[in-house]
Design a protein around this ligand. Sequence first.
Ligand code: CP
Ligand code: NVA
Length: 308
Amino acid sequence: MNHFLDINKTSAADLHKIISEGHRIKTARKGLPKGTPDAEQPLANHMVALIFEKPSTRTRVSFDVGVRQMGGETMVLSGRDMQLGHGETIADTARVLSRYVDMIMIRTFEEATLLEMAEYASVPVINGLTDRTHPCQIMADIMTFEENNGPIKGKKVVWTGDGNNVCASFIHAAGQFGFDLTFAGPEQLDPEQVFVDEARAKGVNITIERDAEKAVQGADLVVADTWVSMHDAQSARERRHNLLRPYQVNDALMAQAKPDAKFMHCLPAHRGEEVTNPVMDGPQSLVFDEAENRLHAQKAVMRWCLGA
Ligand code: CP
Ligand code: NVA
């Protein structure tokens, strides 16, 4: 049994295996109606709890559909409605849930909640986003880049905007998949230094650049995310917008990247803020492939977790 907690906590060999498994799983059911079970049913007789302490569209639906297509059953739980939200400890919740279900996916605020859940659960725990990281998203993103532009190893990825949870998982991935990463954003919203230091110690080429146009020169992939994440205070909205406006991904910025560069966004996007409509809907955009690949990549993650 394996927990899937972060990209830097899973071996590079296993991550590569999961990605190729994702491609295989995707190919195997091309064109089938969504309700058709997969030919392989590795989750038959398995029960999976999907816990959400924050809103979600993609994570909720892709995990739910993925488990069902693999033959399992799901229950979607809101943290607020559980005793977890009313003082029961995470450790006790983990021990109790482990008696009922075969796997737990949790989207939460504090990373400590995820880690405590994993420590006390006797079933695999999957990180469906915390304030600090979003590893399942980045597995789908690597899969998406590679199916369009080939191996990501040695490529130049430019993160634009806020150095947030999704950015942190990209930094982890740079180390594990061997690509160069440039962060283009304001100093006030830099990624946590510990992520950068850890990646550099592994030999990752990480550049911090304040000038967006300079940053995207020669980029193979340009990535954006919301300027205000779910865990950010709404009161910080105006300040963040002011700081981040120079990093909007628009046609002029994309024109500085390589001609075959791609654009990615984990979604939900705020059109007209971090990215313009022409980029979101243009030929370089892979945003909906990324969303689809959450389904396929996470199936591979779940199989790896269960050794199934
Ligand atoms: N990208 C992503 O995780 O989307 P949701 O918040 O809709 O799950
Ligand atoms: N950075 C965003 C990602 C949403 C999927 C957030 O945490 O709100």
